[in-house]
Ligand binder design. Structure first.
Ligand code: ADP
Ligand code: ASP
Ligand code: MG
Length: 417
């Protein structure tokens, strides 16, 4: 007997038939003798619709009310799944974030989970063999008692946090792909499914744009050593052998569990980037602080930073990237600080994308990035900025060339099937 968390994403609960298929997956695990907590997302498209309604009501709205609105999608699916499980003869009860409770910070719309009390769930597993069906994405702030949400894709984080809280043996993430691929299979159809990927690599993949898992869920998995298995919800429950239970999927686990390490594991990309260049900035101590201090205060996430060494020793240019959603705000902040910084002009563009190459093997291999520069040059794809770290490098390019660049790098590093 094992204790499992099963998480189902939006496409997996898109309509009543799919929720019924989910219920059959849950029943399969219960029949095999396991204790099960299920975490569900809202039906596909529902959260987008709720977000749009909140914006339509008022473009600038109170984040507490945004959370009250957008948390409702998960409440519906949790109730529906519990009804269907009961209909199949499986004891089940739905739980909203405040009922467990899942306690979070007060940062509405991007709250962080602080604590989860799993005692009641464990008691019910033991006493009634009851399946807990938990609304993902939401929690409650203890001080205010108000509903919070965890940021887009947050149900992954709900699932991993619950797995840690109830000391689950495994956290299964059921989604619309049968695992984590070398890159987004929607862009490169011949991308390969990875059998295993290390937490650190998955963390880079997710933060650099692979939205298959929310970044925070991987951080939690890493800290609490939760084994996360990404798999497809479209497999038919009756085709899964309960004894072997080895469906295709990807295990996200500790690096030490991975025997054969490739140099490059995967390629991620993000089109939600904007580039800002500040021209003729005085080349003297304190200028970087004058630029990035006010941006940090305004909660603008600065990513790649490139600064030239000035030729004449007096002024230089500085380029950096921000998420495109922060672009306008960053411009306002920089215009306000124009005198304090003392630059000549400001320009920027949202027509850029960041393509990143990730692999733990890069720690021990030189020249991996140089190969990329050469092959992108061969395709006349211009690189606007570069950043590197121990297990990844990122390139800023024109957004229109993203898919081509991803495909080029994918074959360059031998990731094609
Ligand atoms: P869910 O609704 O189940 O949470 P998401 O849409 O959030 O599902 O995540 C699954 C999607 O992530 C896939 O359909 C796929 O297009 C995308 N994706 C991006 N990068 C990858 C990758 N490297 N491997 C697998 N899927 C990826
Ligand atoms: N429904 C939420 C969203 O679309 C949370 C999730 O699905 O993970 O972002
Ligand atoms: Mg998701």
């Amino acid at each position: 007997m094992a204790r499992l968390v099963m998480k189902f994403g939006g496409t997996s609960v898109a309509d009543i038939d799919r929720i019924r298929n989910v219920a059959r997956h849950v029943k399969r695990e219960v029949d095999a003798g396991h204790e099960v907590a299920v975490v569900v997302s809202a039906m596909a498209g529902k959260t987008n619709e709720l977000v749009a309604w909140a914006r339509e009501a008022a473009p600038l709205h109170d984040a507490r009310e945004y959370d009250a609105v957008v948390a409702s999608g998960e409440q519906v699916t949790a109730g529906l799944l519990a009804i269907m499980l009961e209909g199949m003869g499986v004891n089940a009860r739905s739980w909203q974030g405040w009922q467990l409770p899942i306690l979070t910070s007060n940062a509405h719309a991007s709250a962080r989970i602080e604590d989860i009390n799993g005692d009641e769930l464990i008691k019910r597993f033991r006493e009634r063999r009851e399946v807990a069906v938990i609304a993902g994405f939401q929690g409650v702030n203890k001080a205010t008692g108000r509903i919070t949400t965890l940021g887009r894709g947050g149900s992954d984080t709900s699932a991993v946090a619950i797995a840690a809280a109830i000391r689950a043996d495994r956290c299964d993430i059921y989604t619309d792909v049968d695992g984590v691929y070398t890159t987004d299979p929607r862009v490169v159809p011949h991308a390969q499914r990875l059998e295993k990927i290390a937490f650190e690599e998955m963390l880079e993949m997710a933060s650099l744009g692979a939205k298959v898992m929310q970044v925070r869920s991987i951080e939690l998995g890493m800290v609490h050593n939760v084994r996360i298995f990404v798999r497809s919800s479209f497999d038919r429950p009756e085709d899964i052998d309960p004894m072997s239970n080895h469906p295709p999927g990807t295990l996200i686990c500790d690096e030490s569990e991975i025997m054969e390490q490739q140099v490059v594991t995967g390629i991620a990309f993000s089109k939600d980037e904007a580039q800002i260049s500040i021209r003729h900035v005085p080349d003297k101590p304190g200028v970087a602080a004058a630029i990035f201090g006010p941006l940090a205060e305004a909660n603008v996430n600065v990513d790649m930073i490139v600064q030239n060494i000035s030729a004449d020793g007096s002024t230089t240019d500085l380029t950096f990237t921000v998420p495109s959603s922060d672009y306008e705000r960053a411009n306002v902040v920089l215009k306000k600080s124009k005198d304090a910084i003392g630059y000549a002009s400001l320009d920027g563009s949202t027509d850029v994308a960041k393509v990143s190459v990730i692999g733990i093997g890069m720690r021990s291999h030189a020249g991996v990035a140089a190969q990329a520069f050469k092959s992108l040059a061969g395709k006349k794809i211009n690189i606007r900025a570069i950043t590197t770290s121990e297990i990844k490098f990122s390139l800023l390019i024109d957004v229109g060339r993203t898919d081509e660049a991803v495909r080029t790098l994918h074959s360059l590093y031998g990731l094609d099937k």
